[in-house]
Design a protein around this ligand. Structure first.
Ligand code: SF4
Length: 299
């Protein structure tokens, strides 16, 4: 199939009476010239890297030379003060810990980008640990997430330098929301509503990394994007809808990204990066080269 819209994806699955993930699996087999077993094996490898990014992020120090990353994941995992529940804190902990692993040059899966690499590991780890979702279902959720990203990549963007942070953390959150709904028994319509609700609530988010480092606000945004994904999935599972069709929201996302000023596209010239405090931090970092590693530069 030509991977051009959520409507086409849903129609293909419905016409053949197969789940959404199977459409993606067949697409991947065709594109990569691999067997189904090879795709499943690869998904297992990818998920192992995601889980390790979370677990090592919670276990090992996660602080960068710039001082902009300072063990956010561990603070969330160890806190005894919970706004909603311990599980709510842990969802944020898992997502931020994995993103901090990336900021500290650890091994991550750039799904869809390194800047947003904590969101899916956080969500999948949460589903497995706190809902008992089997790994086979997590792998199906990963395929659905890939299908979501494929469409957004064509119709809008998945890169902060092109479409702002809505393109990076927004896309990852949409992929994750779809996976949550699938894993908890939602149908295809609810999966797409979760994507629509997520993107609707992250539309317009700018990319404004302090000092040009993919650290602040990136780590915090990975945590909050996981929460928005969970909220969108909750709404979809409850039967709520975005009213605006998901394909129209993706077009709007592309339009917003195209209209976004270049100051808000990873240039570190606007938004948070332009605040007096961020400017002072940037001066300190860039006038003391020993405080920064080459690998810390933006993607
Ligand atoms: S602020 Fe920019 S660099 Fe950071 S996660 Fe968002 S898109 Fe990526």
């Amino acid at each position: 199939m030509r991977w051009e819209s959520f409507a086409a994806w849903g129609a293909t699955a419905a016409a053949r009476n197969i789940p959404l993930w199977q459409v993606v699996l067949e697409y991947e087999m065709h594109q990569k010239k691999r067997s189904a077993q090879e795709i499943w094996d690869r998904l297992a490898q990818v998920y192992a890297v995601m889980r390790d990014a979370v677990e090592s992020g919670l276990r090992e120090p996660r602080q960068t030379p710039s001082g902009l990353v300072r063990d956010t994941g561990k603070k969330l995992a160890w806190t005894t003060r919970h706004v909603i529940s311990p599980e709510f804190s842990l969802l944020i902990a898992y997502a931020t810990a994995a993103k901090e692993t990336n900021a500290c040059m650890g091994r991550v899966v750039a799904a869809p980008t390194a800047g947003a690499s904590g969101i899916l590991p956080g969500i999948y780890t949460f589903l497995e640990k706190h809902h008992g979702v089997p790994r086979s279902t997590i792998y199906e959720a990963m395929l659905i997430g890939a299908g979501v990203a494929l469409i957004i990549e064509q119709k809008a963007s998945i890169a902060g330098a092109v479409g702002g942070c809505q393109a990076e953390t927004g896309t990852a959150a949409a992929m994750g929301a779809a996976g949550i709904v699938h894993s908890l028994g939602g149908d295809a319509t609810q999966v797409f509503e979760a994507v629509a609700l997520t993107l609707m609530n992250m539309l317009g988010l700018i990319c404004d990394p302090v000092a040009g480092l993919v650290e602040l606000p990136c780590v915090k945004r990975n945590g909050s994007a996981a929460v928005i994904a969970a909220a969108a999935a909750q709404m979809a599972l409850a039967g709520d809808t975005a009213i605006i069709p998901v394909d129209e929201i993706v077009v709007a996302m592309g339009e917003v990204g195209a209209a976004m000023d270049s100051r808000f596209k990873e240039t570190a010239l606007g938004g948070l990066a332009a605040t007096p405090t961020a400017q002072a931090i940037a001066r300190r970092i860039w006038t003391d080269p020993s405080a920064i590693r080459r690998e810390d530069l933006p993607e």
